[in-house]
Design a binder for this molecule. Structure first.
Ligand SMILES: Nc1ncnc2c1ncn2[C@@H]1O[C@H](COP(=O)(O)OP(=O)(O)OP(=O)(O)O)[C@@H](O)[C@H]1O
Length: 299
């Protein structure tokens, strides 16, 4: 595991903000750290970057305990948290050169990073004139300058338009494929990261409610049968009285957990025999966003 925390806990005064969180981030993954605003994502990230001190629990990164190997570990992490630390009166390239000088990194690497984040054409433009998406990409280039093994990004797509989001997504996928990095990325929108994440952790009110691969999350996403009849409420009552589990009833539709085609046929027959007109009966897959909402709302 690249990141491995156990029972990580943090309080601001008497407010418990991170509650016994055990993160497992595998090497080479894009780990989406998801949760609504105020869930505790930024606080967790600050703990991982040693910007806040662990109050309870432990953090291991690259297999080593964070506090006692702080410099060694942090030198191999690139991060972007809150606003990227960019000098707006300098050009994009000057921003990178500044950092490169401090880290004793060559100008060639600066040019490579500009190229990687598609800012070569804007390299000599003042960063103050960059769009939000360009600033975020410059922030990622700054984070990547020292060639870190792990990239930790706090809501890098926040406030970006759909194109900006796609650009960041493609950049991160490229980093994993061609540069063998591990990326830990937080977001409050599943839709923004579901197409790139290999693993997901869902946090709300400081608690980790789900952790696993994106496939595991998808497999929790059980299909439903959606039925439309000429009398929804009556038909739903009839099914319930006859021991059929009804998950939800809306004005137009009845929803039941799907088990098989045969079960769909049986339900159809039951309703027809009671004289209900079945306008439609379909199998439906919930989208992951609904599942995400269901996970975070039941907590
Ligand atoms: N410095 C602080 N002092 C006191 N409380 C804080 C501080 N920073 C954060 N909090 C509180 O901790 C909780 C979690 O905040 P955090 O920023 O970690 O959430 P988040 O998931 O990153 O949310 P967002 O997406 O809005 O940034 C919130 O209730 C917040 O008000």
């Amino acid at each position: 595991m690249v990141i491995d925390t156990a029972g990580l806990t943090f309080n601001f005064g008497n407010q418990a903000v991170v509650k016994s969180v055990s993160l497992q981030v595998p090497e080479g993954s894009i780990y989406g750290f998801l949760g609504p605003n105020g869930a505790g994502k930024t606080t967790t990230i600050k703990l991982l970057l040693n910007l806040l001190q662990v109050q309870q629990g432990s953090i291991h990164i690259f297999g080593k305990e964070l506090k006692s190997n702080r410099l060694e570990i942090l030198s191999q992490i690139g991060s972007l948290i809150e606003q990227p630390a960019i000098y707006l009166h300098l050009t994009g390239k000057e921003n990178l050169l500044n950092r490169a000088l401090l880290l004793q990194i060559s100008e060639k690497r600066v040019d490579d990073m500009l190229n990687l984040v598609h800012l070569t054409d804007a390299a000599h433009k003042k960063a103050g004139q960059y769009s939000l998406g360009m600033k975020q990409r410059l922030g990622i280039a700054l984070a990547l300058l020292s060639d870190p093994k792990l990239l930790i990004l706090d809501e890098p797509t926040n406030g970006l338009d759909p194109n900006g989001i796609i650009e960041i997504r493609e950049l991160l996928i490229k980093l994993i494929k061609e540069h063998q990095k591990t990326v830990f990325i937080s977001s409050h929108l599943l839709a923004e990261i579901e197409r790139m994440a290999t693993h997901v952790g869902i946090i709300n009110h400081g608690e980790l409610l789900f952790q696993g691969s994106i496939k595991e999350l998808e497999s929790m996403n059980k299909p439903l049968i959606q039925i439309e009849t000429d009398n929804t409420a009556d038909a739903a009552n009839y099914l319930s009285r006859n021991n059929v589990i009804v998950s939800d009833v809306t004005e137009q539709h009845i929803y039941l957990p799907y088990t098989s085609k045969q079960q769909m046929g049986e339900i159809n027959t039951m309703l027809n025999q009671m004289g209900y007109v079945v306008y439609s009966i379909n199998k439906q897959q919930q989208d992951l966003e609904k599942l995400f909402l269901a996970i975070t709302q039941t907590a």
